[in-house]
Design a protein around this ligand. Sequence first.
Ligand code: AMP
Ligand code: MG
Length: 349
Amino acid sequence: MDTKIIRTDPEHIDPAAMREAGRILKEGGLVAFPTETVYGLGGNALDERASGKIYAAKGRPSDNPLIVHIAETDALFQIIEEVPKKAMAMAEAFWPGPLTMIFRKNDKVPLATTGGLSSVAVRMPSHPVALALIREGGGFVAAPSANTSGRPSPTTADHVKEDLSGKIDMILDGGPVGIGLESTIVDFTEETPTILRPGYINREMMEKVIGPVRTDPGLIAADSAVRPKAPGMKYRHYAPKAEMTVVEGEEKAVQEKIRQLAAEKIRQGLRVGIIATDESAPFYPEGIVKSIGARSCEESIARHLYSVLREFDQCGADCIFSEAFDTPQMGRAIMNRLLKAAGHHKIQA
Ligand code: AMP
Ligand code: MG
């Protein structure tokens, strides 16, 4: 299959391009598109054949449900049984935006979209290209991240091309994304709303709106027997090909530890990658040193995380050492992705 790539300026959306992309969705095809979090791979969420194509293109395990993207709050009432009051307050505070909420679904949503679950995850993204596409495509767009399953999520159209060219109908190239990490997922089928995946919108921000929010125990106890409730969180995900280690501790001690570990591996003849920051990069004398962003600007760290992992694949690193990034707002989200990339391999400096 030929994958058509169309550049779309988010500030000046071309209505003809959007109509063409919308028609593909309505006919059961697949279109990758930018959102404010990462690029999504869209198909009609109410068409089980389209959902099937998404799983096939990504090589995604069929028990890993898709998030349904909507462009108006009204659409929510068409696909779920009941909207809890707290969820409405969350929608008012954070939609459109990087927040996904899970509800009990009605029959309109096929089980093929929800990985067989009776619940459905819903998000209203804020990216203008995403909103225009959802409206043109019928209002309900199932869209996981537009990467091959197991690879880092795509934050540019080139990343999508690398993974899915020839497997999908169209890529809308709206430039690099803003946030760079997938949405926060909160489950409203539980007594107390529960975070299943940390993201840009953190627990404190949500608690200001709806009071107590808990974190899925399966998220924190990553290597225990407790299973995360979001099926997707159990897979080794976001993974670069190299073996990766995250080094935690006081900043200077971390740098010293990484310098030592890198020197040892280089002596053994290995290609060593180091994930540093703008501030720390000059302190590493050897290895392939890449800055993930400025430690003083957590947005820059989130935005570059996945592209740095992809770059290390391309330069053929055998092992990667990364600093830890315990930043104020997105620290939990950044560390969640980084530790998953590392297969939870971390050491203390
Ligand atoms: P992605 O689309 O790649 O961002 O992944 C979507 C994430 O949402 C995966 O971790 C899924 O397991 C999770 N998810 C989607 N729908 C549900 C649901 N109904 N219940 C629990 N987790 C869900
Ligand atoms: Mg994904």
